[in-house]
Design a binder for this molecule. Structure first.
Ligand SMILES: Cc1cc2nc3c(=O)[nH]c(=O)nc-3n(C[C@H](O)[C@H](O)[C@H](O)COP(=O)(O)OP(=O)(O)OC[C@H]3O[C@@H](n4cnc5c(N)ncnc54)[C@H](O)[C@@H]3O)c2cc1C
Length: 288
């Protein structure tokens, strides 16, 4: 459980971090909170020769408003998100998910960027950012670009982020007033990753569902969006039968792998139950 040898580089700005990435190529790795990267290095699943620490770069931290969006620096810790009035006001589902991630020690160091960019299908932020229509603000040798969270995840630990790029911020449209939200997560114990989890966002008009988003954590090679389940709900007044149909549709997109958390059948079953619970809770909140 001891990592291989590496050289440590404290980046003083985004430009310097990009220069170091370009210089070290495959041998360089960005360091955020270290709570995913360092365990992988201890297990020798990752053996970077150079660690480029983003912690000194203050401009990568914090939450601010930018028109109709929240702009969250990638180095913002989970604890800072929990304590942010802006997040509470404009994106409460983010605080719901953060409270279910790991434990206070991990949340004090772990960052939203590290969690969302790692590409671990067990991490909780990707599904929520997909439901929120978030976009990653990415800097690289060719300047700045934005990449939507939907479509960003290609496979386990594989994303649309290029080797010489880093993400500076996450842009999240402010949630509309009255939007119902829920993140329901089943875990074996506090501090564990999800056996399965579901994020639901919905708005109502005249008692019927106007818009719906349903995404799932840890039941596939990436976070998953259950579009058929969403379509079933839109334009309808929700009842138990419809909620059951949506849960079944969400289960049909699951393709979990067997591991210590259970068999594929069990995890799929749990994803269905998390979807039912999240729809009911989001509906209750949307009704006010
Ligand atoms: C005991 C334990 C329990 C946990 N439980 C959960 C859980 O229930 N749910 C959950 O979601 N997570 C969980 N985690 C993971 C935790 O949330 C990590 O902190 C998180 O996955 C990574 O964030 P980090 O800031 O520590 O990133 P790091 O570990 O430093 O980096 C992770 C990866 O992201 C890359 N990266 C980081 N920042 C950038 C950037 N700005 N641009 C480009 N690439 C970047 C790094 O190069 C690295 O590849 C747990 C971790 C531990 C140790």
């Amino acid at each position: 459980m001891i990592p291989g040898n590496f050289e440590y580089h404290a980046a003083r700005g985004v430009d310097e971090a990009l220069q170091l990435l370009a210089r070290f190529g495959d041998e360089g790795k960005l360091l955020a909170g270290g709570h995913s990267l360092l365990p992988m290095m201890k297990l020798r699943f990752a053996e970077p020769a150079h660690l480029i620490d983003l912690n000194p770069i203050e401009e990568l931290r914090g939450v601010r408003e930018d028109g109709n969006d929240l702009l969250i620096g990638t180095m913002t810790t989970e604890t800072a998100l929990q304590q942010s009035d802006l997040v509470q006001r404009h994106c409460p589902v983010l605080q719901e998910v953060v409270a279910l991630i790991a434990d206070p020690q991990v949340r004090n160091r772990g960052t939203i960027g590290g969690d969302a960019l790692h590409g671990d299908p067990g991490n909780d932020h990707p599904a929520v950012l997909m439901a929120l229509d978030a976009r990653f603000v990415i800097r690289g040798p060719n300047g700045e670009r934005e990449s939507p969270a939907n479509g960003f995840y290609l496979g386990p630990y594989l994303t649309q982020l290029g080797d010489n790029e880093l993400a500076t911020a996450i842009r999240i449209p402010k949630c509309p007033p009255g939007q119902g939200y829920a993140y329901c997560k089943m875990k074996r114990k506090t501090g564990d990753y999800a056996t399965a989890a579901a994020c639901v966002l919905l708005t109502l008009a005249d008692g019927k569902v106007q818009s719906a988003r349903i995404t799932l954590t840890n039941v596939g090679p990436t976070a998953l969006r259950a579009e058929d389940a969403e379509e079933l709900l839109v334009g309808q007044a929700l009842d138990d039968g419809l909620i059951e149909q949506a849960a079944q549709a969400a289960m049909s997109v699951c393709e979990p792998a067997e591991d210590l958390r259970g068999s594929p059948d069990y995890k799929t079953h749990i994803a269905g139950e998390m979807t039912r619970r999240a729809i009911r809770l989001a509906l209750q909140r949307a009704r006010g």
